[in-house]
Design a protein around this ligand. Structure first.
Ligand SMILES: [Zn+2]
Length: 369
């Protein structure tokens, strides 16, 4: 399917597109921003959206002009993959939790086409926040089961594609290969998830906004010298949450530098932002720290503990060696010390190579004083 880029009116649909070089995804939504917070980057014509319950409490409930016409030339921006990650991590138990963990950023239009026989009605305007949110709560509750079903399916899909259950058989294959096979074998419902995806192909005719102020000759010369990079970004229009998840995953599997992982501390799905072998996420937690920061702290504590065993080893070595020196005629004591030295050295080596833990070595030292 292919569509036409809307020039002015696109209030009722959700759009998403990507920039792989920048590792960013952009989206446009007729989001009704009540509790969501935004930071506008006017220089780059981008809007960052985030959730801060405290900040939103201070927002005026009287605010008019509730509809935020986020537009295609002024889209929301996030790290690539965030839409899918947020959905995988979303708490869907209740409307409030779902709003705070997912919908605040994307709005509810992405539920319009999620279920064929469901009549989804949204008015163009609401008198106030309360009226709108009540309406959305009703829709959420009607569709909750379906949304949870999609989440379960996407979790299975992602676990398979990135082999997050560490299945030995799957280890040697790439995410792209597993992605293809999952769909070909119809391992879940995910193979139908692209049905509500309207692809809008980028073309030069869409570049008027960007380059319209340059003269023909200028443009021709720029293209001739290849000095001007015209980026083409195909755009997806969809009001089906499952289709958008599918689109994002399909983009991600083509990029080997953006693997989805599961945080070894909190279990949330994340994409490492710097090191590919990162095992902790960088989502801020209640205490304001990310798992990565906490992980680094734990590793530091681990090193401290390791020092404790080594210190104990050195202390005992010193003590025993002096005792042997004081009792030169005690052959048995000398023999015991030689044996202890050999065994203790072996334990310490194993600790240094990670074969034994700090606690195990410390315990051994305590038992063999
Ligand atoms: Zn985490």
């Amino acid at each position: 399917m292919s569509g036409v880029l809307p020039e002015k009116i696109f209030f009722d649909n959700f759009y998403i597109w990507f920039n792989k070089d920048e590792k960013q995804e952009y989206y446009s939504t007729p989001l009704y921003l009540y509790k969501a917070n935004t930071k506008v980057d006017y220089d780059n014509r981008l809007v960052n959206v985030y959730f801060d319950a405290k900040e939103s409490e201070n927002r005026s409930q009287q605010e008019q002009g509730l509809k935020f016409p986020a537009n295609l030339y002024f889209p929301y921006v996030e790290r690539m993959g965030m839409f899918l990650l947020r959905f995988l991590n979303a708490n869907l138990e209740s409307y409030e939790k779902a709003y705070e963990s997912f919908f605040f950023a994307y709005g509810f239009e992405i539920l319009k086409d999620i279920k064929e026989d469901y009549k989804f009605k949204l008015k163009g305007k609401y008198a106030n926040d309360v009226e709108y949110l009540e309406e959305m709560e009703r829709i959420y509750n009607d569709l909750q089961e379906k949304i949870q079903e999609v989440q379960k399916e996407m979790l299975d899909f992602v676990n398979y594609v990135y082999n997050l259950n560490e299945n030995e058989e799957l280890k040697e294959f790439t995410p792209a290969q597993r992605f293809a096979v999952y769909l070909m074998k119809h391992k879940g419902q995910a193979f139908t998830y692209n049905r509500n995806d309207l692809l809008i192909r980028d073309s030069y005719s869409n570049k008027n906004q960007e380059f319209g102020n340059m003269s023909e000759i200028e443009l021709l010369n720029q293209l001739k010298d290849n000095a001007m990079l015209v980026s083409m970004n195909d755009m997806h229009q969809s009001n089906d949450l499952s289709a958008v998840c599918y689109v994002v995953l399909e983009e991600l599997v083509q990029m080997s530098n953006l693997p989805i992982k599961k945080c070894q501390n909190c279990g949330m799905y994340f994409i490492p932002s710097s090191r590919l072998d990162e095992i902790y996420c960088d989502y801020p937690k209640e205490n304001g720290k990310t798992c990565r920061e906490q992980g680094a702290f734990q590793a530091y504590n681990e090193r401290l503990k390791q020092n404790k065993a080594l210190a104990e080893y050195r202390r005992l070595y010193q003590q025993k060696s002096m005792a042997v020196g004081r009792n030169k005629n005690n052959e048995q004591m000398k023999k015991d010390f030689e044996k202890w030295k050999k065994d203790a050295k072996d334990k310490v080596n194993k600790l240094k190579h990670g074969v034994l833990t700090e606690d195990e070595v410390y315990e051994w030292l305590m038992e063999n004083k």
